[in-house]
Design a protein around this ligand. Structure first.
Ligand code: SF4
Ligand code: SF4
Length: 133
């Protein structure tokens, strides 16, 4: 008997997957070996899928427009934003960010935006890649 769940299951069978085999189409025996082969051009890396509209990736900060009002710090639920008192500017710790966009929504100077960048994996929480200032 046809049920809404059965119908949904059938629909999913013919739908294009939302993800792809990223970064390569198989699980490598050695990641280091894989990276070396990618560098030599022996292995092709699959590009990531396109991000949807209004995607919330790594924050961008237009420092010169910031007036140091601290509203972004007040609304940030994960204490990811640090105030730099001497400069009256901010520093965002992406390793704490939960990509909620509240800082972006409240900023009166429109200097914070959610970018499309999402490849943020890092072995070091203090990496410059995870700081925005
Ligand atoms: S996006 Fe959310 S969690 Fe990230 S810095 Fe802004 S307010 Fe904080
Ligand atoms: S809300 Fe905007 S202007 Fe105010 S401190 Fe944050 S980034 Fe700067």
């Amino acid at each position: 008997m046809a049920t809404p769940m059965g119908f949904e299951l059938l629909k999913q069978l013919f739908k294009k997957p939302a993800t792809n085999l990223f970064p390569i189409a198989y699980y490598p025996e050695s990641v280091l070996d894989l990276l070396a082969r990618v560098e030599k051009g022996e292995v092709k890396v699959n590009p990531p899928v396109e991000v949807p509209d209004k995607f919330r990736g790594k924050i961008t900060y237009q420092r010169e427009d910031c007036i140091g009002c601290k509203l972004c710090i007040k609304v940030c639920p994960s204490q990811a934003i640090e105030f730099l008192p001497e400069q009256k500017k901010i520093k965002i710790h992406i390793d704490h960010c939960i990509f909620c966009s509240q800082c972006n929504d409240i900023c009166p100077k429109d200097c914070l935006h959610m970018s499309e960048e999402f490849l943020l994996a890092d072995t070091d929480r203090g990496s410059p890649n995870l700081k925005v200032e």
